[in-house]
Design a protein around this ligand. Structure first.
Ligand code: FEO
Ligand code: CA
Ligand code: CA
Ligand code: CA
Length: 622
């Protein structure tokens, strides 16, 4: 979602400007090509700092073995990349799969985008939702072999605005609200390939998780009476329900899916007199939210409702879903903190601890990581979730190319001065990270771990930045950049070194032009898949590109349709099939596009998944 909310972080944690010059003069030597960077400092704008910033010289940017990863496909030309239909490389093909309205249970007709027949709320609860976003493919596994032809896709349905879902600006009754709510959440859907075509497989595992699905809370916040009070679970222990604005995702080594609640604030509103607390302001709760209007007919989303006190604190979490157990409740993992979670990228450290990297997508918000208390296998063998015990940190990027992970621990006097207990620290993680002096970033979106252990993170843009710092070097930064870092101690340490991989503005005017990086995935060969969400220049729709992390070379694999964003990345184990999504095609306007239907000017466009394959059956991205 190309959100344009007001920033809610009032803190400016570090006085960067004077020390920034030292950082840049050192980087000038390191980067060579950024020799003009000092100029941007003096001029106070980004014009001279926009060259391609791919660091080289250490050799560690190369793919394993020092080989340049092969990216040999014919790119989609700039001239071919706009309009109402997708465009894909001549070496590739796509199939549109699971559009919004695809039934997951027998006996329901597919919703085809006919404006005269919308699904009922009850039907939508058993159909693919709208706003396709983060996802992962869990292959079917038999006798130790993983299939690349069948498996379970878990896919987020981030959002669908009322005109798109309901055909009107505001709900008129509870049925309208329920239809909107059931279009949000997550789908668990069995997929199979037959005769070269992918389709939904009938399966008892097919299910929807949505805004009214019963959920469970777990971890440190619910371990104490004080923490349960924050979630109103002492008074209302049995009515925890739902997940919303499910943005990006993650997956665990034990086979579960992580769905991340991002702009939950937009679904709440107030029907009466209401004043935001300091924390509610920091999380962007407001009188009217994003205009969904749920609060008018569903008191749970009414900030003035006494019956549903603290309902807003029940959102903003990472939620674990077991794709193999349709009876298992989704579990909100409070140890990972509450903020506007973009994604949750899980990696395993050498000692078997798991590390979860997470962006908080708002202007001037932070990058976080969670490190489990112990080896994940031994924790699970003791019956403890590795996501329930561990340490949570926020990142501070220093001007000299180093950085520190600041632990959100009530034992720190900076936090014990402000918070009463660890449950408060986790529930109000944004305010805790403010107090610790984390670095306000230009909207942290996805993270991905490259085969050399380095982390990549997209910073999509920040039109409101007025003061540059070393890690966010453009002020304003309308088109975004990609930062990367290497943690000490194979992801578990508290220090790191970092540099900037790519500044989007540096591509403008060239054949590989892009803006607003959002989804990323580093493949095992040193390629970085980059997806965009925002106004692209040079007449392009949003797009999927592939970068060589060694040379910085970029090629455009796919462009979407007018008004959409390209998001969500999953691959089969053989990497011959890649899934990605068009989200909000045409922004729901049938005069812009009717995709996946052929152009007719009438059919409502529907979010769907692209199944992408090389025509020669090769590895995707090559
Ligand atoms: Fe849901 Fe930050 O995009
Ligand atoms: Ca989005
Ligand atoms: Ca985005
Ligand atoms: Ca996103």
């Amino acid at each position: 979602m190309a959100h344009d909310e007001k920033p809610t972080n009032p803190t400016v944690n570090r006085p960067f400007r004077d020390i920034l010059e030292k950082r840049l003069s050192r980087r000038q030597v390191m980067l060579g090509g950024l020799a003009a960077a000092a100029g941007f400092l003096a001029a106070g704008n980004g014009a001279a700092a926009t060259r391609r910033a791919v660091v080289d010289g250490s050799g560690e940017d190369r793919a394993p073995g020092g080989e340049r990863p092969p990216i040999d496909f014919t790119p989609v030309a700039r001239a071919d990349g706009g309009g109402p239909m997708p465009a894909i490389s001549a070496d590739y093909e796509y199939q549109a799969l699971i559009p919004w309205g695809t039934p997951l249970k027998p006996g329901i007709a597919e919703y085809t985008g006919d404006p005269a027949t919308r699904p009922s709320a009850a039907q939508q609860a058993d159909m693919i939702g709208i706003g396709h976003d983060g996802m992962w493919f869990f292959p079917e596994s038999a006798r130790g072999r993983q299939s690349s032809k069948s498996g379970i896709l878990c896919i987020n349905h981030e959002f669908g605005r009322n005109p798109h879902v309901l055909g009107k600006d505001s709900p008129e009754d509870l049925e309208d609200v329920r239809l909107s709510q059931h279009a949000h959440g997550v789908s668990v859907v069995a997929l199979e390939e037959r005769a070269g075509q992918w389709r939904v497989a009938p399966s008892p595992l097919n299910r929807r998780v949505h805004v009214n699905t019963p959920v469970t809370f777990s971890g440190p916040v619910v371990a104490s009476h004080a923490g349960r009070e924050l979630l109103d679970l002492n008074a209302r222990p049995h009515d925890a329900r739902g997940t919303v604005n499910n943005c990006s995702s993650g997956h665990t080594p034990w086979g579960t899916y992580l769905t991340c609640e991002e702009n939950f604030n937009g679904y709440f509103g107030a029907t009466g007199d209401w004043a935001a607390t300091e924390a509610q302001k920091r999380y962007g709760l407001s009188q009217d939210g994003f205009g969904y209007g749920w609060q008018k007919f569903d008191a749970r989303f009414d900030l003035t409702s006494q019956a549903f006190a603290h309902e807003d604190n029940r959102f903003g979490w990472v939620v674990e879903i077991d794709p193999q157990d349709p009876g298992a409740r989704p579990i909100k993992r409070t140890a990972l903190g509450r903020f506007k979670h973009e994604g949750a990228t899980v990696t395993e450290a050498q000692d078997g601890r798991i590390v979860v990297y997470m962006g908080d997508d708002q202007r001037f918000d932070y990058i976080y990581k969670f490190v489990s208390a112990d080896n994940w296998r031994s924790m699970r063998s003791r019956g403890v979730s590795p996501l329930d015990e561990g340490r949570l940190y926020a990142a501070r990027f220093d001007e000299d190319g180093s950085g520190e992970w600041l632990e959100l621990d009530i034992g720190n006097p900076l936090l014990s001065d402000k918070f009463s207990n660890q449950a408060e620290v986790l529930t109000y993680a944004r305010l805790a990270a403010d107090a610790l002096g984390a670095t306000p970033m230009d909207r942290p979106e996805w993270t991905s771990v490259a085969p050399d252990g380095r982390m990549y993170c997209t910073l999509t843009n920040n039109s409101k930045r007025t003061t540059a710092d070393a890690a966010n070097p453009l002020a304003p930064n309308p088109d975004g950049h990609i930062i990367r870092w290497r943690d000490s101690e194979q992801h578990t340490g508290t220090t790191f070194t970092w540099d900037i991989f790519l500044v989007a503005e540096s591509t403008h005017g060239g054949e590989d032009t892009f803006s607003d990086p959002d989804g990323i995935w580093a493949d095992p060969d040193g390629r970085l898949f980059i997806q965009t969400d925002g106004n692209q220049q040079d007449g392009l729709n949003n797009q999927l590109l592939v970068a060589d992390t060694g040379s910085g070379e970029l090629r455009r694999l796919l462009t979407g349709v007018s008004g959409d964003e390209i998001t969500g990345l999953a691959v089969t184990p053989d990497r011959r099939t890649l899934f990605c999504n068009t989200q909000h095609p045409g922004n729901g306007d049938p005069t812009k596009t009717n995709f996946p239907a052929a152009p007719d000017g009438i059919t409502i466009p529907r979010d769907c998944t692209f199944v992408i394959r090389r025509r020669d059956g090769g590895i995707v991205g090559s």
